[in-house]
Design a protein. Structure first.
Length: 681
């Protein structure tokens, strides 16, 4: 089936919902109406699943009324009403009620879809402590002696091992459990997740006491994280009896430990929360996390006992826009407090890596080429902190600014100002005599007075700088600190071999360009090096990112080249890098996510940081550039990079770490898949 590109259902997402109806104790007919009303609201929002609270058709607080025939029969009638109403609704509904089967009463979760009862899942673990006395009324699900029941003239699967599998949407597999089940050491959903369930749903009553809401969040976050799944939670709300307990109507949706949606607690009104779950990402995570699958193998017998119940989910034919916070800078948290913590961690990781390398080698001097750009600035800040930590003088950092044909006045001045502000040893060496000798040996047209600024012209300069730094390190007994970053490695934006591709230790190699900008900004905000350093750092942040290898027609005050004009906007390319290398997403999905984050009218951005917007054609064009460079043209450079510390969970591209790939691979499969992306959304 062809689905609209701009629909979330075309890119491995499923919209899920949790409903908290206003209920009446022991009045199933009213509760059924409220359940149906919320289900219709979820259907209007194109949800694929709606979860309701435990015993939602009767209320949880009926106590011994659960042994009354009238209530049990009314509950069945309410279920039938929900079933009949579901004929016109798209989502799978999970509703709770007491269900008497073969002389036993079960606390049950019933799956309803398109006028059918798909299955009945009894509660596995019945609490019988403190305020809970469920064993007085109910039988534990594990004690059932049958695996099917008769409901409304049909044979329906019964058991605490049922999963509901959408045959029309890959990865949409749901497992229900009930309240106490998730409070146990090994919840049933753990086995279900290892057996393929991507969405685990908990029908809960869960009275509220002080501090319990925080613990619920921890439970749901931890269970979704351990199970690499989504976890939905529905607690009872207004209408439950307050004879001995109170209720807050707490609804939660988590995905792999990340909270996606949460209800208002103690609300008087009914509530419906929704979230768009990336089941494709969950499947990717499980595929690559070998320990998850090893753990599953140890429980093979339990997992093989799971039963998959298929259902035909009617995937919306129309475009359903994604409603999900998607940060433009996936390597940079939008939350200021979290961003501050991550920046501090990143610096400490870089410093710890460099400090250990110095201890191991016994070297006490560092050699760095200072260009006045972001990368060399970050490397220098790390070097300064490293010397402070080791108790060595900052004069042991030998900083060299190496101007050439295209060095601007601004970057040259900033280089000197920064070295002076940090109190390191500084020196300027003009590289043009070295490059002229090379141009002469090559018989390059530039040597004959022609303005030929080809790749040879650029790489002779880059090679001369790095070669000189290595020889200076030999001469001074120092170590060359690499400045190149993760974004440049991904794009192959480095001169191979003796160029800026190489160093003795590369502190920035797993730090993307967008994060480097924020790391420097963080130094400005925390001001550990003083006002003079902060002033020059802000000037560097406001300077055009440039290799400064080709002279321009201007007055030379500002850089004449723009790296982003050549390799693409770094926010876009870092976004592509994150979702392709970290998650292995297909290009069409990356383009969809990128358009959601960067497209006109998008609002997902880091507060206080300006960011451009891009139409789909531009996103597609730069993604094609990224794919060609990343998969086909640049791997040989990454196969021979210096040692470097891994900094972020977004990964590194070291062949000794996160990324191993052949240098002679073809990018055709990715480029062909990219053709599925239209030029307009």
């Amino acid at each position: 089936m062809n689905r609209p590109f701009s629909s979330l259902y075309s890119h491995d997402f499923v919209r899920v919902a949790v409903g908290v109806p206003r209920m009446r104790v022991a009045e199933p007919s009213t509760n059924a109406e409220r359940t149906i009303a919320l289900a219709r609201r979820a259907d209007d929002q194109h949800a694929g699943l709606v979860l309701f609270p435990e015993m939602g058709l009767t209320c949880y607080t009926n106590d011994d009324l659960f042994h009354q025939d009238a209530l049990l029969e009314a509950a069945r009638d309410a279920l039938k009403h929900v079933r009949d109403a579901s004929q016109e609704l798209r989502p799978l509904l999970l509703v709770g009620l007491p269900l008497r089967v073969e002389g036993q009463l079960f606390n049950a979760a019933v799956a309803v879809h398109r006028g059918r009862i798909l299955g009945v899942s009894p509660k596995t673990y019945l609490p019988n402590y403190r305020e809970f006395y469920e064993k007085r009324q109910f039988t534990p699900g594990g004690q059932a002696t049958f695996d099917s029941v008769q409901l409304f003239g049909e044979t329906v699967p019964f058991g605490n091992n049922l999963m509901y599998d959408a045959s029309t949407l890959d990865g949409f597999t749901v497992f229900p459990e009930i309240c106490e089940d998730v409070w146990t050491p090994i919840p049933p959903s753990t086995y279900a997740a290892m057996g393929g369930a991507t969405i685990c749903a908990n029908l809960s009553a869960s009275n509220i006491t002080m501090g319990k809401a925080s613990y619920r969040r921890q439970l749901c976050a931890n269970q979704s994280g351990r199970c690499l799944s989504a976890y939905l939670y529905a607690a009872s709300g207004p209408g439950e009896s307050t004879t001995d307990m109170a209720w807050d109507g707490h609804a939660l949706i988590y995905e792999n430990a990340r909270r996606m949606a949460e209800s208002e607690r103690f609300a008087e009104k009914e509530q419906l929360i929704t979230a768009d779950i990336d089941v494709g990402r969950l499947q990717q995570e499980r595929m690559r996390m070998t320990s998850f699958n090893d753990n599953a193998a140890e429980h093979r017998e339990r997992i093989q006992s799971l039963r998959r119940i298929p259902f035909d989910f009617d995937v919306p034919a129309e475009a359903v826009p994604l409603k999900r916070t998607l940060e433009r800078y996936p390597y940079v948290p939008a939350n200021p407090a979290l961003r501050d913590e991550r920046c501090r961690e990143a610096y400490n990781i870089q410093v710890q890596g460099l400090a250990q390398r110095l201890r191991a080698t016994g070297i006490e001097k560092l050699v760095i080429g200072i260009s006045g750009g972001l990368d060399s600035t970050q490397a220098l800040l790390v070097a300064a902190r490293t010397m402070d930590q080791l108790g060595l003088p900052r004069e042991n950092i030998l900083g060299y600014t190496l101007p050439g044909y295209a060095t601007s006045d601004r970057t040259r001045e900033n280089s000197h100002r920064l070295m002076d502000a940090l109190g390191i040893s500084s020196r300027e060496i003009d590289i043009t005599p070295l490059t002229e000798a090379m141009f002469d040996a090559l018989d390059h047209p530039f040597h004959r007075g022609e303005d030929v600024y080809d790749i040879t012209f650029e790489n002779v300069q880059a090679g001369a700088r790095t070669s000189l730094l290595f020889r200076l390190a030999n001469h001074e007994g120092g170590m060359v600190v690499g400045t190149g970053d993760l974004s440049e490695l991904a794009l192959g934006w480095a001169t191979y071999g003796v160029g800026d591709h190489m160093s003795h230790y590369a502190v920035n190699a797993s730090v993307p360009k967008t994060l480097i900008s924020h790391l420097i900004e963080w130094v400005c905000e925390t001001d550990p090096f003083g006002d003079e350093a902060t002033d020059v750092l802000r000037s560097i942040l406001n300077t055009e990112i440039s290799p400064e290898l080709v002279p321009g027609s201007g007055d030379g005050e500002e850089p004449s080249q723009s790296s982003e004009d050549i390799v693409g906007p770094y926010p876009l390319q870092d976004f592509n890098l994150y979702y392709i290398s970290r998650f292995g997403f297909r290009p069409s999905k990356v383009a969809f996510l990128s358009h959601h984050a960067f497209g006109p009218g998008s609002t997902d951005r880091v507060p206080g940081v300006e960011s451009e917007e891009y139409d789909l054609a531009t996103i597609k064009s730069w993604l094609r550039f990224f794919i060609e460079r990343f998969f086909q043209f640049s791997q040989f450079k990454r196969s021979a990079i210096p040692n470097a510390p891994k900094v972020g969970s977004g990964g590194s591209l070291s062949p000794r770490g996160d990324w191993r790939a052949p240098s002679d691979a073809s990018a055709k499969a990715w480029l062909d898949e990219l053709e599925n992306v239209p030029d307009q959304a």
